[in-house]
Design a protein around this ligand. Structure first.
Ligand code: ZN
Ligand code: ZN
Length: 405
């Protein structure tokens, strides 16, 4: 074959940054011999994952990087979280992200219920005792997290969250547009909230927590309402059977909703302490049976949100070392990029473009020998949009969609 046959897309979540310490970014300060080698042998560029000046969320960014226009398919993060925690969501479902929280006299005093880590029995009580005028699925996930799905006719994601996002009143959900569907959905959410409050307040688990001086998990805060979109499976669009390797529910959910096989990794935490070696081993395995593998590594984003330059740079150094164990040859196109910029100076996502590199058979090279934000801007790929990445890659596999005669 004269072209590559497989693709490995590595998303270093939030790895891109702005010049900070000594006018360097964490990518510049990190020691990245492997990525630099890929950049030297391959081609680099910068990418507006959504659009110039638009700070992407991880969800919309990953959709875009997989070739789905987020403007067309995205209404909220709930559907991806719900799919990611293992709920079998269906197009048309309304899904929410949820938190177990502590409410006192109508005020949310802790959005994470004292960082509770086992909510199984509380979730079971919710599943058994809540009754709504529609079908619902509630599932707990790691720590204080949970997801809720409402299923039925005439439901809408156009409602406000019950989560105040900080210490404050537990909010009633309200429709944000006119019409019967948003009104009905807001009422269902408020019914759910009210019943959950009653069930959890009297629950033995919470009585025990209170007695032990711990905060009771006596409410569920809902946010991120979205309608589960109809996504054409990735394999149908590209001809590539795909796998996703990630630790965060959001990215796992995007993989599942686009028809990818989720390959779990023991020790992958989604944090700085994540077992990256285990993930790399999983990638090596997955590439034997899949033509496309999406690997998300979350830690750098976390360090960005913490405003911790050194931790971010050190984490990237560790990722580079782990990735050098990739068992790949020229027949696998490797892409290294980020889903967005998370500057340590902002502790939030920004709209700066991200660097990317492509390495593998058939790739034109350029004169850049280093992987970072500044050299990427001088590279042969120039500046592209996120949704154009997959077409660029499939064309390199000889699967480009010809336009014209
Ligand atoms: Zn992200
Ligand atoms: Zn982030």
């Amino acid at each position: 074959m004269n072209v590559a046959t497989k693709i490995l897309l590595v998303v270093l979540d939030g790895a891109a940054d702005r010049p900070t310490v000594n006018r360097k970014t964490p990518l510049m300060a990190a020691n990245l011999p492997f990525f630099d080698q890929l950049a030297r042998e391959g081609i680099v560029g910068i990418m507006d994952v959504i659009a110039p000046g638009t700070p992407p969320g991880s969800d919309t960014a990953h959709l875009s990087l997989l070739g789905y226009s987020p403007k067309k398919v995205y209404t909220g993060r709930g559907p991806f979280e719900a799919a990611g925690v293992g709920i079998d969501v269906k197009p048309g479902d309304i899904a929410f992200r949820g938190n177990f929280a502590t409410v006192k006299d109508g005020t949310v005093i802790d959005r994470r219920a004292g960082r509770i880590n086992d909510t199984h029995r509380l979730a079971e009580a919710i599943r058994e005792q809540v009754h709504l005028d529609c079908e619902f699925i509630f599932k707990e996930s790691a720590g204080h997290r949970a997801a809720l799905v409402l299923r039925g006719e005439n439901l809408s994601p156009s409602i406000t969250p019950t989560d105040p996002h900080h210490i404050g009143a537990l909010l009633p959900s309200q429709p944000t547009t006119t019409g019967p569907s948003p009104q009905k959905t807001a009422k269902l959410v408020n019914d759910f909230t009210r019943q959950v409050r009653a069930i959890l307040s009297d629950h033995p688990v919470n009585k025990k927590r209170s007695e032990a001086g711990e905060l009771p998990a006596n409410a569920i805060l809902l946010r991120g309402a979205g309608v589960v979109p109809h996504l054409i499976p990735f394999e149908e669009r590209t001809g590539l059977n795909a796998a996703v390797i990630a630790a965060t529910a959001l990215v796992i959910g995007i993989g599942k909703l686009t028809g990818m096989e989720y390959v779990p990794t023991t020790g992958a935490t989604g944090h700085i302490d994540s077992n990256i070696d285990a993930k790399v081993k999983n990638v090596n395995r997955a590439l034997k049976t899949h033509a496309f593998v999406l690997l998300n590594i979350k830690g750098a984003d976390e360090a960005g949100h913490d405003g911790d330059f050194n931790t971010k740079a050190q984490f990237l150094t560790r990722v580079d070392a782990a990735m050098s164990e990739l068992a790949i040859d020229e027949s696998t196109l490797v892409v290294i990029t980020a889903d967005h910029t998370t500057p340590v100076s902002l502790r939030e996502h920004s709209g700066d473009p991200v660097p990317f590199l492509i390495h593998g058979k058939g790739v034109r090279t350029d004169e850049i020998n280093v992987f970072d934000e500044f050299f990427a801007a001088l590279g042969g790929m120039n500046r592209i949009r996120g949704v154009d990445l997959v077409p660029v890659l499939t064309d390199l596999l000889g699967k480009g969609q010809k336009f014209g005669a």
